[in-house]
Design a binder for this molecule. Sequence first.
Ligand SMILES: [Zn+2]
Length: 200
Amino acid sequence: MQEYVTAAVSLRKYSQGDLDGRYILFTERFGRMAGKAKSSRKITSKLAPHLEPGTLLKVRFVEAHGTQIIDALKERNADLSLRDLDHLAMVLPEGQPEPEIWRMVIEGRFSWRAALAVLGWDPEDAVCGACGVRQGAFFYIPRQDFFCAICVRKLPSITRQNAVLSLHVPLQPERHMDEQGKSQSSPRSPIEGRGTEAGS
Ligand SMILES: [Zn+2]
C-alpha cells in the first residue's frame, strides 16, 4: 500500500463515529484534502494533538477505504486565526496544490486579498455582486462573489460570521493608491534624505 507524506496545515476537525476524527488539511503536495484518523478522539490518542486546527505538521497517509491518516507530527503553529482556517477550508479547491497560497501561509504573510487573487477572484477591481455599483470589499464564499459594505449588511448575521471574508484594507481607486505608495516610500523629510546620502 502506497504511503504519502506531505507538509500540511490542519484547517478543521470533525468527529466521526464515537472515536474517529476527520480532518480537513491544506497540504503542500496535494492541496486541500480530507482524511480520517482512527481513534483520534480517544483520550490516549497520540495523533490528535498534532492534528489540531492551526497546526503546521508533517502528515503521512494511505488511500484505503478513503484517506487514512496514519501519522502526524507537529512542527509549529501556523500564524492564522481559527476563522481564517475555517474559511480556507471553504475556498480551497479539493486536491489541487496551491503553491503560492502555501508559501504565504508558511512564511506568515497570508492575506485574503492575495489569496483570492491567486484563486481567480481578484479583489482589485471587484464591484458588488448584489448592487453592481459599489466596491466589493467583502467576499461571500458560497456565492463566490464580492459584496459591498451596504449589501453585506443585508445578509443574516450568522452568514456574515461564517461565510463572508472581509478584505480589511479598504479598496481605493488605483491612482490614489499610487500616490499613497509614493509618499510612503519617499524620505519623510529632507534632513532624513541627506542623512542617508551622507552615510552611504
Ligand atoms: Zn452592493
